[in-house]
Ligand binder design. Sequence first.
Ligand code: ADP
Length: 544
Amino acid sequence: MQTQDLMISSILTHAARHHGSGEVVSRTEENTTHRYTWRDVESHSRRLARVLQKLGVAAGDRVGTLAWNGYRHLEVYYAAPGMGAICHTINPRLHADDISYIINHAQDKVLFVDISFAALASALAPHVSGSVKTVVMLTDAAHMPPMTLAPGIALACYDQLMDEADDNYAWPSFDENTASALCYTSGTTGRPKGVLYSHRSTWLHAYATALPDVLCIKATSRVLPVVPMFHVNAWGMPYAAALTGASLVLPGRHLDGASMAGLLNSERVSFTAGVPTVWMGLLQYLRSSGDRLETVQRIMTGGSAAPPLLIEAFRDEYGVAVEHGWGMTEISPVGTYNAPKPAQVGLTTDQAAAHMLKQGRILPGIDMKIVDGDGNELPWDGTAFGDLKVKGPWIANAYHGDEPDSALDEAGWFATGDVATIDPDGFIQITDRSKDVIKSGGEWISSITLENIAVSHPDVAEAAVIAAAHPKWDERPLLLVVPAPGKTIDPASVLALYQDKVAKWWLPDEILVVADLPHTATGKLLKTDLRTRFKDYYVRDAKA
Ligand code: ADP
């Protein structure tokens, strides 16, 4: 067989050559709808590679982005790795202090910034002037925001740089194990940690995620990643779309229910992907406006557990399948996807709904196992739960800057920090983050299971279960609930929902109604914060 390095640029040249008229549509920061094709993305990316050269970017250099999902951001996605540099997507929702830490840790040389982050970039500038030499605003000359940057950092306009450059550039070929992109995990505890992807890992991940039993992306698909391109490469969809020739719809920054429904319908989107909060927002909008989803067939949900209501409401009221996936920054990010096997084909509606709550089965190419506290592998019986470990060619072996393999155990497995069951068909169900699981009298209680039951109550908008220290049982579950708009919550009626659903000793000892719950920069419950506030709740109670 021939040997050929798997280059990210060749994903794009394939799209340009074989799916040249495939569309890329963007809602821009200038409030327009921009349309062009994969052929254009490729030639623009070559032009951008010339711009990067002019800005002094060389192979191995980091190119940072602070941007929503849009075509200029997509061009950076391909131009930087295409020339051998590294596309470092930065999550603008993080604390400014964490962002400057990340930029300095990554040593970004250039930053590409959306105009809505102009103030953020100006505020960051004095703290990152040791590494950043140029800030390029992703807009045209007419929309350049007034900005002052720290001395030593030049300000430039993307469209102007592009107009001045030519596209006389040939994509180089080099070792497929070269770094291509960099993402930092949001760091709910401690400082963010960087995960460095390679050309090879990105290719393999794109191949696996496009498969029929995973995202099922094809040339006729019109896909809309709601998940931001600044969060784990929008789950790899910018690559999988080009690989398959699918049309790509990039929504910009307006991700509320009304904007999403409008864009999904006007762009005839067939498949979309994002976190449960976005889908809950869309559902609320559809229900209150009476709007329908005209073309969407499937919604991928991931990032945190999908509440049952989400899956059932979209299926029953809108005829749309909500499909569950699981992954993490360290896994590029997709690790499992819930697509049926022959055993699931004849399930009743109720059985199917229960099955869809599982996060799915492993993608081909990588492997998983669950282990107990001593590292012994646990059975795949759907009941035993333990620490979930993974292994494979798109899974990190160390964090950026650390020793190779330092994130692995002796046998080469990566501990995900998630706790899960695996059923006899190989479907995992995440029962907790290992630091969130409630250890009551030596047994484990799943906080996610308890939260899912609480949010099935019509008056509950959001729920969090945390492990609170307990004088007798070490830890006991404490349930915090936020009322739905205009509702009051009767705790007894919430507690009643648990009857017959979980063992008696799993029942939350107490239910507290709170006005709101804290979230991380990626919209997940910030349980560390809740634990600090409430961990002594039962202890205080006992003393009183
Ligand atoms: P961060 O939370 O720091 O942004 P990631 O986006 O990498 O980092 O989050 C990965 C974590 O999100 C997983 O380890 C898991 O705990 C959680 N997660 C992802 N998908 C799911 C899912 N479908 N169900 C439950 N938890 C999920």
